[in-house]
Design a protein around this ligand. Structure first.
Ligand SMILES: Nc1ncnc2c1ncn2[C@@H]1O[C@H](COP(=O)(O)OP(=O)(O)O)[C@@H](O)[C@H]1O
Ligand SMILES: [Mg+2]
Length: 332
């Protein structure tokens, strides 16, 4: 699906803003603080359901009582999201809903400058990054993750009370074991899927024979639900001492390997950029083949971070997609 135009009202610093988009590439130029990322954020909210960087009270213009985003598509469809400081409302297919309906969700590849530091980030940043992609690929992953996080929060709260007992823990342990096993399984499979293409894609960009792969780091490979449950139960004393759950998929990590070594520290700056670029291309390819739709590509201020060769790769690779680029300086 192609977005034809976007209209914003009271969305961050945009009191009233309208932009017609090209079916192929649109360039949004503006100085820092002009509101470029906000435009991508608005598109993201109406395609993915929520912002990639904030919650609605931060987004609504400081002086306003509501915000409104309207996206028109080339097939005549119009979608709207509003927030009035209390309620969020989506209007899709002429129906109102509190959340973006599943069938209104559309895949997006978002590329931000911070992604270029992904390799050196913390485990939680790595998980957040891949969780977002995997959630886009699979609704069940997304809901398992939400349920896991909810149960984890409850279990951790209970651990902070004076006397957590095995029986009071049981229902949370059960949920953690159930969803944790599912998440673990999906993460293994998606990592394999990424690795099927990562190296050849990297090669097409860097044209050298370095080996690149993504490694899913977990304490739980191929663990059964009952074993998972048992380990949670065995950890009760330790966990109540710590005041949090010390075992589970919330401690997993993802690491890139470069010639079998940790890429963070062994790949150069240029090689790191090529790895991230390759990852983005692989993401798009997997999304396209799994969901049968061409993702919209949102490139937020990344051009200035890339040299000419890598810029060309980016443009060429996504030439059949709708691409929206923001930049401080004109790019040619
Ligand atoms: N809720 C808000 N109300 C009004 N202005 C906001 C709000 N949130 C952010 N801003 C301002 O909006 C401007 C645009 O931010 P952003 O889209 O990140 O700009 P850019 O990507 O062009 O650098 C910033 O100056 C920021 O301070
Ligand atoms: Mg910005």
């Amino acid at each position: 699906m192609i977005i034809k135009s976007i209209t914003l009202t009271n969305f961050r610093n945009h009191k009233k803003y309208h932009l017609d988009l090209n079916p192929d590439t649109t360039l949004i130029l503006g100085s820092n603080g002009w509101g470029k990322t906000s435009i991508l954020e608005a598109i993201y909210i109406l395609t993915r359901g929520k912002s990639f960087r904030a919650t609605d009270p931060d987004i609504i213009n400081r002086d306003a009582m509501f915000y409104r985003i309207e996206l028109s598509y080339n097939n005549g469809e119009v979608r709207i999201a509003t927030f009035d400081r209390e309620n969020k409302t989506f209007i899709c297919y002429d129906k109102k809903s509190r959340r973006l309906p599943k069938k209104a969700k559309y895949p997006v590849i978002l590329f931000q400058p911070s992604d270029l530091n992904l390799l050196s980030g913390s485990p939680s940043r790595h998980r957040d990054y891949f969780d977002r992609i995997f959630s886009e690929l699979n609704e069940d992953y997304s809901s398992s993750l939400l349920k896991y996080e909810k149960a984890l929060k409850q279990r951790n709260e209970l651990l902070k009370t004076d006397l957590p007992t095995e029986s009071s823990m049981f229902s949370w342990n059960l949920l953690l074991a159930k969803y944790g096993t599912a998440i673990n399984h999906y993460r293994q499979n998606f990592t394999t899927l990424i690795n099927q293409d990562l190296n050849t894609t990297y090669y097409s960009i860097a044209e050298n024979s370095d080996l690149v792969s993504l490694q899913y780091k977990t304490e739980l490979s191929d663990i059964s639900e009952s074993k998972y449950l048992k380990l949670l139960e065995q950890n009760l004393t330790k966990d109540s001492y710590l005041g949090h759950t010390s075992f589970g998929v919330h401690r997993d990590d993802f690491e890139f390997l470069f010639n079998q070594k940790k890429a963070d520290g062994s790949a150069s700056r240029g090689e790191t950029r090529s790895i991230i670029l390759a990852l983005k291309f692989v993401e798009a390819k997997i999304i396209e083949s799994k969901l049968g739709e061409k993702p919209i590509i949102l490139l937020d201020d990344v051009f200035s971070e890339l040299d000419n060769t890598r810029r060309k790769f980016l443009v060429n690779n996504f030439k059949n997609h709708q691409v929206i680029i923001t930049s401080v300086e004109d790019i040619k």
